[in-house]
Design a protein around this ligand. Structure first.
Ligand SMILES: [Zn+2]
Length: 215
């Protein structure tokens, strides 16, 4: 499989799509955030990253991509990698291209998951969680059978919004402003594939599969 670089604003459902792709096609899911959080200080690059992070510093892009490279070398990366959160700036585009040259890896597809601010907000702010078993529901997309009650254990559902409206709007728009140059760059090269985030995750997945089927 060719690599996929995902660019997606908050609440577009990127994590869900990654999970579906991993399960059906055996992709390796590479989340830059997870890689940094779980950095292994026993490797050469991991040690450097660990040092920067434990001193409260920011890990610069070069170092992040060294870490990604080191990690990929431990995998059968030619089976296809989902890059989640790796590319948000033009500098990272450059580093990714270099990584592909270094590892003799096809650059793959750049997929933008599009969602309107209103829908993203409705999704993000409607989450409910069971206070007993932790199962997650949603006021609109995944309602329990009886309002306020967990289908599985009968526990009480409580709001699990991480954000209020203003915080969410800020997070959403800041992300889009940040990635706009990256989207433009790939758009100008006719390499940007846009899929729409649908209410049913399988409808979004179908659009992604269409891209893969055209390879
Ligand atoms: Zn429950």
């Amino acid at each position: 499989m060719k690599n996929i670089i995902f660019v997606a604003p908050p609440a577009a459902g990127k994590g869900t799509q990654c999970e579906l792709l991993v399960n059906k096609y055996g992709y390796h899911h590479l989340s830059t955030g997870d890689l940094l959080r779980n950095v292994d200080p026993s490797t050469e690059v991991g040690k450097k990253v660990h040092e920067v992070m434990s001193s409260g510093g920011l890990v610069d892009d070069e170092l992040v991509f060294s870490l990604i490279k080191e990690h990929l070398l431990t995998l059968d990366y030619h089976k296809g990698v989902l890059f989640d959160g790796a590319i948000r700036t033009l500098k990272q585009v450059e580093l990714y291209d270099q990584l592909c040259v270094d590892l003799n890896m096809d650059r793959g597809h750049v997929i933008f998951i599009n969602i309107s601010e209103e829908r993203a907000m409705a999704r993000s702010l409607g989450r409910l969680g069971c206070s007993s078993c932790g199962k997650i529901y949603h006021k609109v997309n995944m309602k329990p059978e009886v309002e306020g009650i967990c289908d599985v254990c009968g526990g009480t559902l409580v709001s699990r919004d991480d954000d209020n409206e203003i915080t969410f709007k800020n997070r959403f728009n800041t992300y889009l402003e940040k990635v706009e140059p990256v989207l433009d760059y790939y758009r100008n090269r006719n390499e940007l594939i846009t899929v729409e985030a649908m209410d049913n995750k399988m409808d979004t997945f179908a659009q992604i599969e269409e891209v893969l089927n055209n390879d």
